[in-house]
Design a protein around this ligand. Structure first.
Ligand SMILES: Cc1cc2nc3c(=O)[nH]c(=O)nc-3n(C[C@H](O)[C@H](O)[C@H](O)COP(=O)(O)OP(=O)(O)OC[C@H]3O[C@@H](n4cnc5c(N)ncnc54)[C@H](O)[C@@H]3O)c2cc1C
Length: 248
């Protein structure tokens, strides 16, 4: 079985992000990029599935040359092959999904793992859109995954409990935290990954339906107010919480 995993290369959530001069992007200077955290769960599940049932795994990323770092990490964790769909331009989620779906089709992958969300644009739709474009079944936000022949059984967390759902291959699964514990790349894996060739491909130009108008920073936080330093401040504190902050 061919198993694909789609991985995005995202700014580290701890990085300080500056908005670019035109206000429509970010200034990449000094920003550290990492594998999208949810995609690490997707990679791990692809590896576990291959270890159990055999087959071949492939990681696919759409973006600039720098995305090779993320693909290298996937290879170091144990993914067999990697493809970079090289593109520098902004793409909306549908345009990302179209490019990924075309590549997945070429590899005839029956099972495709995604993260539930890319922690930059946070749209949480690329997996589902790709499934629709491929005509595959889709289970999103999975915290457990089992394969039994061509039957797929997943668990999802819902308010107050878990939902157990099933579908059949071919399928797209989007990974939620808790699905597994992603492995660390071994030294051998890192060395092997360095030697592997990442296939580079060009993609059709983006045909976006959604355009970024601007990025805005949140309003600066107001300075804190000291009401008092002993119990006599409590009535005023309660009044402010009730009348100004309206939280009680
Ligand atoms: C500030 C900022 C900086 C960015 N910088 C880069 C960059 O340097 N390099 C870059 O390639 N992209 C960059 N992007 C784009 C980004 O990584 C994703 O392609 C894009 O965020 C998809 O967003 P989404 O919210 O629609 O994805 P979601 O729908 O939230 O993603 C769900 C899942 O789809 C898959 N997925 C999403 N995007 C891709 C992708 N491009 N390739 C493979 N699988 C994917 C992943 O499995 C992900 O977990 C940047 C975006 C922002 C906002």
């Amino acid at each position: 079985m061919k198993i694909a995993v789609c991985v995005s290369h995202v700014p580290d959530t701890a990085a300080k992000i500056n908005i670019s001069g035109d206000g429509k992007g970010i200034d990449p200077s000094g920003v550290t990029y990492v594998v999208n955290p949810y995609d690490e769960f997707a990679i791990e599940e692809a590896l576990k599935t291959k270890e159990k049932f055999g087959g071949e795994t492939i990681a696919i990323s759409l973006g600039p040359e720098a995305n090779k770092e993320t693909l290298r990490k996937a290879l170091a964790m144990g993914i067999d092959n990697a493809v970079l769909l090289k593109d520098e331009s902004y793409r909306d989620s549908l345009s990302v999904a179209k490019a990924l779906a075309s590549e997945i089709k070429l590899h005839n992958a029956e099972l495709v793992f995604f993260g539930k969300q890319s922690v930059d644009y946070d749209n949480s739709v690329v997996g589902q859109l790709t499934a629709e474009l491929l005509g595959y079944n889709c289970i999103s936000v999975a915290v457990d995954f089992k394969l039994d022949g061509s039957k797929v059984i997943c668990e999802r967390e819902i308010e107050g409990g878990k939902e157990v759902i099933k579908t059949s291959l071919p399928a797209v699964i989007t990974a939620q935290k808790g699905l597994n514990e992603p492995r660390y790349a071994s030294l051998k894996g890192i060395m092997t990954a360095k030697k592997k060739v990442i296939e580079e491909k060009t993609v059709d130009a983006a045909n976006n339906y959604i355009e970024i108008v601007s990025f805005k920073r949140p309003a600066p936080k107001q300075a804190g107010k000291i009401i008092g330093t002993d119990a006599s401040a409590v009535p005023e504190l309660v009044r402010l919480l009730r009348e100004e902050a309206k939280v009680i």
